[in-house]
Design a protein around this ligand. Sequence first.
Ligand code: ZN
Length: 473
Amino acid sequence: MLLRVLPACILALSLTAAADEQLEFLEEQPSLAEAYTSEAGEAEADLPPPIEPTDPIDLEPQQPEELEGPEPWGRFRLLNTELEPNTKATLDWYSGHLAGGFDVATPVIVIHGSEPGPRVCITAAVHGDEVNGVEIARRVVSQLKPETLKGTVISVPVVNIDGLWRKDRYMSDRRDLNRAFPGHPQGTTAGRVAYSLFNSIIKHCDTLMDLHSGSMFRENNTQLRADLTIPEVSELAKQFGAIAVLSSIAPPGSLRGAATSAGIPTVVMEVGGPYTVDEAQVETGVKAIQSYLSSVNMLPRSFFWSSPQPVFYSSQWVRSKDGGILISQVDLGQRVRKGQLLGTIANPISDEIEEVFAPFDAEVLGRAQNQFVSAGYAIYNLGERRSIEDLEQEAELIKQQLAASSAEQMGVEQRKDSEETTPEDGQEQSTSSDTTDEPAQPVDSDSDATEEAATEPQPIPAERMPQPEDEDG
Ligand SMILES: [Zn+2]
């Protein structure tokens, strides 16, 4: 295993945009290098095969412990502070984002346990209007005692402290912090805060759970969002007990995506809606995190749920056809049958009533609260139970489809430049301007062209592709 670490570092270096920082990071935490390698496992074919130990003596070398096992347990240094084992402390993180000559410290709570173990990070209120996570982080941390903790928990209960004061999802520059990671020291306000958080704190984590709530007066049943195509994330998502896990690819710029790309398996936990605290949902979230800490042996196993198995879902948003006042007929977590009435949307002028029905048997994983909705507003996030294997395959297809779509857009640009002088071949092209000669999976898959693709993987229907409302609300 030791001998795999060096190729792993090299591979990680080649796969990472911020190569220098990444190398430094991986050198600091070599155990993550291996995790990162297996994420990009297909690239291992280009590397020398790992050398298998043949002598039983090799199975217990001294050096690997230093490189990939738990670090020798001792002081933990964070934010210019050294913590002894068996310590709980509140540190100050200065993100530097408040211009005007003053800065406000953001509290970071660290529980450095008495015995070795993983370093687990919890972040909440990356969006300032999402307070369920703040309360979850508080409850989890308040119950942790360093003398009984194995490992270290780092909690940033209010990342976007400025947004929390203003009850605002966004940063003061109106940008979404959760689309600014890993950030840049000379970037936008959001980019600078993201960079500071990422480099000051997140890089020190072995795993991360980022707590969110629904956006725009939407609410979610407590659930994890996880990219199941990444084995380390998939493993992580299995360890929170009996919680819903949605297969979900991290959006560009999200903390989840950036941290995972840096070798830190990350899940988002979605809990309830914005602005308010949902006691029951919060308790579910607390229990899930405690289950996780127990399952990785950081806490005694007494926190396990009686039914520890997560339930995996794909999900799909149902949108309003017309605008009006939405009144729901179903609750969060409710099972619904295909054709069941989910809610009504009343046009305040014409008095017409739009009825919204479930398009398939499902569970209501998220919904818009009763409110005025515009046409096309995402109102119900319906979950379909699936096997994790199915979801992994589907997520891979979605990634391929997204990549093809992105390449297609670039190809369109190129073809526009060259199509007048260099027609491709003699074949007629589709009149659709967004086709290429790739076996592209049209994003709009409502067409009837399924027969042609009988041997190809079926394209993911447009409504199953990632939607803005899906992600890390
Ligand atoms: Zn959020």
